[in-house]
Each structure stands twice: as structure tokens, then as C-alpha cells.
Design a protein around this ligand. Structure first.
Ligand SMILES: [Zn+2]
Length: 239
């Protein structure tokens, strides 16, 4: 029974470590998602600068083309004989000039917007770089914790084998059965007063006497866990 309690203490530690091993990748996944979001923010900020710069270039090309057209009309004016044609050309030129003056206003506005967007981008770059560094540090930390947890679990699993040889076969198979049916927690529990400490239900006096005498292996009638009396195993691992 004493060895069984040692085995159970080992198994509960292994169970806790396995739980941590399942938890760590989820934490890591959260950090990865936050990194991805930061990268998206950065690319949006860069995209804003790019879009504004492209619009500015398009405006400038448009202005140049219209200016060239105005010059062309200006030359044509010299050769025009009919007043109607002359007026029509003047009207065309006037329209182009008005359009250009609107475009020039837009270019000035764009220059301010681009300056602002660039300043934002610089701030974003700094903030995002710091955020990425922090997240990378956290990822390294959980990776290290996972490796340490795995190593500790394997070390503990290696300690099971020698214990198994020293446990009564029937006791071990009952223990294994209860552990696998309950999935988590203890399969062997101490009496607490006159109750099973696993399910807190009362145990009959006769069974308590037999457990105290250490003559028979008893399971709780309510929850099926194996019972022992703590006084019999003073140096047993505490549960
Ligand atoms: Zn019970």
C-alpha cells in the first residue's frame, strides 16, 4: 500500500505536468495571434502611406499632361482664323486650368496627409517592434517551460517502473482501473474521520476497523476509490 501511495503521488505529478503540457501550446498560440495582429497593423500603416503617395504621383502626372495640353491649345490659338474656334479653344484652356488648380489644391492637402501618415508609420514601427520583441520573449519563455515540463514528466515516468514491481498485482490492477475510469485525481484516498475523503460519504465502522487493522483492501462503496488509514502510513506522500 505504501508503494502504491508513492506511485499515486508520482502519477498525480505526471498528470499535472501533462495538463501544463496541453496548456502551454494554447498560450503560445495566443502570443502568435497577437504577433500576427501587430504585423497586420504595420502593413495597414504602410499601405496608407503608399496609397497617398500613389495618389500624389497620379495628380502630378495629370497636372503635367493638362499643362502640356494647355500649351498645345495656346500654339493653336495663333493659327485660328474663326472667332468661334478661338472662343472654343479659350474655353477648353480655361476648363483645363480650373481642373489643374483643383488638382494642385489636392496635392497640397496630400503632402500634409503624407507627412502625417509617415509620422504615424514611424510611431507604429517603434510600438510594433517593441510589442513583437515582448511577444517573442514570452514565446521563448513558454517554449523553455514546455521543454522543462516534458523533461520532468519523462523523468517521473521513468520512476514508475521500479515501483510497479513492488506493488501487489491485484492492488495495482484495481488502482489502474480506478485511475482510468476517473481520468483525473486520486484513486487511493485516506479516511477522513469516518468518511471517504474522495466523495465525503460515510464508511461503515466494520470497514474502518478492517482498514485500520490493515488486513483487507477496501474500496469506498460510493465512489469506488481505494481507502487507507493515514495513521498506518504516516510517512506516505500527502494528498
Ligand atoms: Zn468515496
Amino acid at each position: 500500500m505504501k508503494t502504491l501511495l508513492q506511485l499515486q503521488a508520482l502519477d498525480l505529478k505526471i498528470e499535472a505536468l501533462k495538463g501544463r503540457e496541453r496548456e502551454i501550446p494554447k498560450q503560445k498560440e495566443k502570443f502568435e495571434i497577437r504577433k500576427k495582429r501587430l504585423m497586420e497593423e504595420l502593413s495597414q500603416s504602410e499601405q496608407r502611406c503608399k496609397t497617398l503617395t500613389v495618389e500624389q504621383r497620379e495628380c502630378e502626372v495629370d497636372i503635367q499632361q493638362k499643362e502640356a495640353q494647355i500649351k498645345k491649345y495656346d500654339m493653336q490659338l495663333l493659327g485660328v482664323k474663326k472667332n468661334e474656334e478661338y472662343q472654343a479653344l479659350l474655353h477648353e484652356m480655361d476648363t483645363l486650368k480650373k481642373q489643374n488648380s483643383l488638382k494642385e489644391e489636392r496635392v497640397i492637402a496630400l503632402m500634409l496627409e503624407i507627412d502625417e501618415a509617415k509620422a504615424h508609420l514611424e510611431e507604429d514601427k517603434k510600438r510594433i517592434a517593441a510589442g513583437m520583441k515582448e511577444l517573442d520573449a514570452q514565446i521563448t519563455k513558454v517554449d523553455e517551460e514546455l521543454a522543462a515540463t516534458e523533461a520532468e514528466r519523462k523523468e517521473l515516468e521513468g520512476q514508475r517502473e521500479p515501483l510497479l514491481k513492488n506493488i501487489d498485482e491485484e492492488m495495482l490492477s484495481r488502482y489502474t482501473r480506478i485511475r482510468s475510469s476517473k481520468k483525473t485525481g486520486a484513486a487511493v484516498v485516506p479516511l477522513r474521520g469516518e468518511s471517504c475523503s474522495g466523495c465525503h460519504m460515510r464508511v461503515t465502522a466494520q470497514i474502518i476497523n478492517e482498514i485500520m487493522a490493515g488486513t483487507k483492501l477496501h474500496a469506498c462503496h460510493h465512489c469506488g476509490r481505494l481507502l487507507y488509514h493515514a495513521d498506518n502510513f504516516e510517512d506516505a506522500p500527502l494528498l
